[in-house]
Design a protein around this ligand. Structure first.
Ligand code: PXG
Length: 437
C-alpha cells in the first residue's frame, strides 16, 4: 500500500460510518471505463456506476477533453441576467432527448437542488395561474429525493428524516409499493400493486384537490433498494393527477440518461410527467450538475405572467461552463456509442444473471429493470444491515464495487458494460453470498 500524504480525520464523510471507515479505509485513486483502481493497486469492477451516476463509464476521453478545453476558455460566467453558450446548447440537447413537450430546462448542481427546484416551480406555477392555495406536496414512503429540506420532506427514508425536525408542513405520502409476499423475485414490473396508486384519491378526498400542488415519485425507486413500479401504477398516478389538476413530477436522478435503456423512464413506461428532475448521468458525474425539465405548459404559465423576473430562483452555478461542456460531451458520447441501446439490449441478460442468485442462502428477493438490480438479503437477527454491509466489504475485497442499503445490494453498472462483466458482477456476488452466514 502506498503511504498516504494526507490525514483521514478532517474530512467529515457523507452518509458514512466515519469511525469505521477511518479505521479501515477503502480509497480509490483512479478510474478508467468500467474499473476503479484502489490505493493498493487493485482493479475494482464498478457495478454501481460510482453512485448510480457514471453512466458513460469512467474518464472517457471525449468528456475529459471537453472539460479541459472549457476550463481554459471560459471558467465561469453568470447566468443571472447574463448568458454564455453552454446552457443554451445543453438545454436544447436535453429538450430534444426528453419525451413529448418536456422542452425547457432549469439547471441546478445536484439532484437535491433539482428536487427543491421542481417543488418550488410547482408551487409558483399554481400561484401564477391564480391557484395559490395549491400548496400541499405529496411524496411516497421509502422515497429518496435528496437531502435538502424539500427533498427529505417528500422523501420517505426514515433515517434521512428522523433527526431533522419538522421539515416542510403540508406534505402527505403515498404508500410504497414493495411487498415481498406479492412480488418476490419478479422479473421487471410486478403484476401486483397498481391499486396502491388509488391512495392518491384518498389523499385528494382528505384535503380536496384544490389544495394540492404536486406529486413527486421516482419512477423506479433506487436508493431504497430498487423498487420497480407495478404494472399500471404510474399510468394510474398520471390519470389521477390529470383528473385533479395536480402536477406530476418524476424524479429521474437515477433513471435518467439511459439506466432503463431509454433516455428517461418516462419514455420507458410511456407516461409523461409535468416535470422531470435529473442529475448524475447528465454529465456522467464528471462535473456536478442537476436540473429540471418542464413541460411547455409549465414554462408558458410563467411567461404569461407579469414582465420581469418570472421565477425568483437559481444558483450561482446554474449552467456552469464546465458542467455544460461536460454535459454536451456526455450526451454526444451516449449518441455516438449508442449506450442507451446497449443498455436495452443487455437488459434481459442482466435480468437472467441477477435472477441466477434466487435460491442462494439468505436471498429473499431479486428485482430488476433495465440495468438496475436489487438483491435483498434476510437481515441477521437483531442486526438489520449487518449482512448487507459484510457483503459489501467482501465484494470490495474480491474486486467488485457494489452498494448496499440496509440488507439490499444494488447493481447499476455503467451503460458500456458487457456480458463478461455482467457475469463477473453476479458471479462475485454469488460467491460472497455463499461465503457469509
Ligand atoms: N433524487 C433521487 C431519485 C436520487 O437517487 C437525489 C435525488 C439526490 O441527488 P444528489 O445529487 O443531491 O445526491 C438522488 C441521489 C445510493 C445513493 O447509494 C443514491 C443517491 C445518492 C447517493 C447514493 O442509493 N441518489
Amino acid at each position: 500500500m502506498s503511504p498516504r500524504d494526507y490525514d483521514l480525520e478532517p474530512f467529515w464523510m457523507p452518509f458514512t460510518a466515519n469511525r469505521q471507515f477511518k479505521a479501515a479505509p477503502r480509497i480509490l485513486v483512479s478510474a478508467k471505463d468500467m474499473h476503479y483502481t484502489s490505493e493498493d493497486g487493485r482493479k475494482i469492477l464498478d457495478s454501481t456506476a460510482g453512485l448510480w451516476c457514471v453512466n458513460a463509464g469512467h474518464c472517457r476521453d471525449s468528456i475529459v477533453r471537453a472539460i479541459k478545453q472549457q476550463a481554459g476558455t471560459l471558467d465561469f460566467a453568470p447566468t443571472f441576467q447574463m448568458g454564455h453558450p453552454g446552457p443554451f446548447r445543453l438545454a436544447q440537447s436535453i429538450a430534444q432527448l426528453a419525451p413529448a413537450d418536456l422542452d425547457h430546462v432549469f439547471f441546478a448542481n445536484s439532484g437535491s437542488e433539482a428536487v427543491d427546484t421542481a417543488l418550488k416551480i410547482a408551487l409558483a406555477y399554481h400561484r401564477i395561474r391564480g391557484e395559490g392555495q395549491r400548496t400541499r406536496l405529496i411524496g411516497r414512503e421509502r422515497a429518496y429525493h435528496g437531502v435538502g429540506f424539500g427533498g427529505i420532506s417528500v422523501g420517505g427514508m426514515t433515517p434521512n428524516r428522523k433527526t431533522f425536525g419538522a421539515m416542510l408542513p403540508g406534505v402527505d405520502h403515498l404508500p410504497h409499493t414493495h411487498n415481498l409476499e406479492k412480488m418476490a423475485n419478479s422479473r421487471g414490473q410486478p403484476e401486483w400493486g397498481a391499486h396502491l396508486a388509488d391512495d392518491l384519491e384518498r389523499i385528494v378526498a382528505l384535503h380536496d384537490a384544490s389544495n394540492i400542488a404536486a406529486v413527486i415519485v421516482e419512477p423506479v425507486q433506487g436508493s431504497t433498494g430498487v423498487v420497480v413500479p407495478p404494472k399500471g401504477y404510474l399510468e394510474k398516478l398520471r390519470a389521477i393527477c390529470d383528473k385533479h389538476g395536480i402536477l406530476l413530477i418524476f424524479d429521474e436522478v437515477i433513471t435518467g440518461f439511459g439506466r432503463l435503456g431509454r433516455a428517461f423512464a418516462a419514455d420507458y413506461f410511456g407516461v409523461v410527467p409535468d416535470m422531470i428532475t435529473f442529475a448524475k448521468g447528465v454529465t456522467s458525474a464528471t462535473v456536478p450538475m442537476g436540473g429540471v425539465i418542464a413541460r411547455k405548459h409549465v414554462y408558458d404559465a410563467f411567461m404569461a405572467g407579469p414582465e420581469g423576473i418570472e421565477l425568483f430562483h437559481g444558483y450561482t452555478y446554474s449552467g456552469h461552463p464546465l458542467a455544460t461542456a461536460a454535459g454536451e460531451a456526455t450526451l454526444a458520447l451516449y449518441h455516438e456509442e449508442q449506450l442507451f441501446a446497449n443498455a436495452a439490449s443487455l437488459a434481459s441478460y442482466f435480468e437472467d444473471a441477477a435472477h441466477s442468485l434466487v435460491g442462494l442462502p439468505n436471498v429473499v428477493d431479486v428485482r430488476n429493470i433495465g440495468l438496475m438490480a436489487g438483491i435483498e438479503l434476510a437481515p441477521r437477527g437483531g442486526k438489520p444491515g449487518a449482512r448487507g454491509y459484510e457483503a459489501l466489504l467482501r465484494c470490495f475485497e474480491a474486486g467488485l464495487l457494489t452498494r448496499t442499503t440496509g440488507d439490499t445490494l444494488a447493481c447499476s453498472p455503467p451503460l458500456m458494460v458487457n456480458k463478461a462483466q455482467i457475469d463477473e458482477i453476479f458471479g462475485t456476488i454469488a460467491k460472497v453470498i455463499k461465503e457469509i452466514s
